[in-house]
Design a protein around this ligand. Sequence first.
Ligand code: ZN
Length: 161
Amino acid sequence: MISEDDVWKCLEQIPDPEIPVLNIVELGVIRKVQITNNHVTITLTPTYSGCPAMKHMEQEIQRSLKMFKGIHLKLETVYFPPWTTSWISVEARNKLQAYGIAPPEEETERKAALWGVESKIQCPRCKQQQSKLISQFGSTACKALYQCQSCMEPFDYFKCL
Ligand SMILES: [Zn+2]
């Protein structure tokens, strides 16, 4: 008999295709796991609509749950409530920073949008808040490229929604 725990443990083994230090559970895209007899329903919310990583994630989920014989797997995508960067766990934020990606700062981002000023994203390396936006798009569409004005290192910033 498969349990919800088994499924969550299995999902935690799947890395985010764009940020390999995070798994898809830490990223907050898995909303719900439901099991009725041998029917497993996993509810997902995509991070960014049209994020190409989503298809890949679904394939990985299907592949990794194959280890449970005789289950019927159903993946459901829900768009409401929309995914927000606040669903990323504290632990995951720390991992992002250690990996060299500035974790999302919702407050900063909102203010920046409101006032039209450049947000001062903290450099994941030297922790200084003197960064400059280089490009709205970093290594993937979900990230922006910043450069630290203190240590001059360029870094990816995980954009807020
Ligand atoms: Zn720096």
